[in-house]
Design a protein around this ligand. Structure first.
Ligand code: ATP
Ligand code: MG
Length: 394
């Protein structure tokens, strides 16, 4: 009998965005094909069907274990359905195929109830959806799997779809969700070696923002190990995005200049503003539309709303702060999931804590900060230019 295992890929949210839909579908299709390249000897085919993608092996059953680990993490995928596809159309054959497929799927799983759902896209098929469901449902019920039919809250739904071919499938795994990578434009991620910014980068990327990272490095106050950490973090993020550019910007001179010219209570604010000035210029160079930071409200003195306001007036670009309303436990849970936690907790020095007062100002006036910065610009501006000019890209 002509029957083979295939995988259906559902993409949920992008189907809501009518205007951009075709564009998103192509981006997602490209991402899937790209991630499968390494294991594709020419027999794997990824195609777009109405409202979903189909992944099949043109010469037989698809090996799910080969394919799934490579595409599980792709942003924009809502879920995966194990499926079989067949040319058979006769109801007695479909009963048999449905039973075999379902029996294999539930093996070893704690499934107690099921129901059938049939979608009949081929309107010429000689039976109604209800008849098809009840025929195949009866076959499964009689198969002795020990399952009951539950039309309201079944453990598993077996879907039957009558198209040119007939498909049987079950919702087997949820995907990463989000939007296809890059579909929301580019953003500059301020990536330190800490816990928060890599998580912020991941969350922005998950909403379709293409990430370009920038790290402000202050040797010798901060060791090369800190730079290595940031590099390792981009490698982890790249597993989701397919690659992340990283600018390492020399920050020592700026830091020393600010230390000599502003009070220790205000130093962090000025350092952060300097970072935003530079990040905005990199955004211009890279055609990025926004900045992304790991700020979380109230976490430290420089993250009170007053401080955030006094810092963010240094840029005209929108600043995305995906963690702003999250607490530490939730951030750590995501860091663990995306494998950045172990890298982030390696001991390191943080440039923003050097020379900084124990009790920094937490209710600064934006206006006063801006005025003071204006007065310092003559000395600061060439340092900012120089930092950008000598930034290393890798
Ligand atoms: P993280 O855990 O990301 O380091 P944090 O809780 O330590 O954040 P801050 O040190 O106040 O908080 O930094 C807030 C944000 O500023 C960071 O999340 C990051 O986006 C940015 N940032 C701070 N230091 C640097 C740096 N050296 N290079 C690049 N970005 C930085
Ligand atoms: Mg930090």
């Amino acid at each position: 009998m002509d029957i083979k295992k295939v995988l259906l890929v559902k993409y949920g949210e992008i189907s809501l965005r009518k205007g951009n839909r075709a564009h998103f579908e192509h981006q997602l299709l490209d991402a899937i094909r790209f991630n499968l390249k390494e294991v594709n000897d020419g027999s794997l085919r990824v195609s777009r069907e109405q409202g979903r993608f189909l992944i099949e092996n043109t010469s037989g059953d698809l090996d799910f274990d080969l394919v799934l680990p490579r595409i599980r993490h792709i942003f924009g995928i809502a879920g995966f359905c194990y499926a079989v596809k067949t040319k058979a159309r006769d109801i007695s054959q479909l009963r048999h195929i449905g039973r075999e497929f379902f029996g294999e799927y539930i093996k070893g799983k704690a499934v107690e109830s099921f129901k059938l759902e049939t979608k009949r896209s081929d309107k010429n098929y000689p039976m109604s959806s209800t008849e098809i469901s009840s025929q195949i449902g009866e076959e499964i019920w009689e198969a002795g799997f020990g399952l009951r039919v539950d039309l309201h809250k079944p453990d598993v739904i077996l879907w039957v779809e009558i198209r040119n071919d007939v498909y049987f499938y079950v919702d087997s795994e949820s995907g990463e969700g989000g939007l296809p990578y890059g579909s929301s434009g580019k953003g500059i991620l301020l990536l330190s070696g800490g816990l928060d910014s890599p998580v912020a980068g991941y969350l922005a990327a998950r909403r379709g923002v293409e990430i370009i990272a920038v790290y402000f490095h202050s040797p010798p106050f901060v060791s090369e190990r800190a730079a290595d950490k940031v590099h390792d973090l981009t490698q982890e993020l790249a597993k989701f995005t397919g690659g992340v550019k990283l600018y390492t910007v020399p920050f020592t001179e700026i830091q020393l200049f600010l230390k000599d010219n502003v009070s220790a209570q205000k130093l962090t604010l000025f350092l952060k503003r300097a970072m935003l000035h530079i990040a905005s210029r990199l955004a211009q160079k890279e055609n990025a539309l926004c900045l992304v930071t790991g700020d979380s409200i109230g976490q430290v003195a420089s993250q009170t709303i007053h401080s955030l306001a006094a810092v963010e007036s240094a840029t005209n670009l929108p600043i995305l702060r995906p963690l702003s309303a999250m607490d530490k436990q939730s951030i750590i849970a995501i860091a663990r999931k995306i494998n950045t936690y172990e890298i982030s907790i390696r001991p390191y020095e943080d440039c923003c804590t050097i020379f900084v007062a124990k009790h920094p100002e937490n209710k600064p006036s934006t206006e006063a900060i801006e005025k003071l910065e204006q007065r310092l610009m003559e000395g600061l501006s060439p340092l900012l230019d120089n930092a950008i000019a000598t930034a290393e890209l890798n």
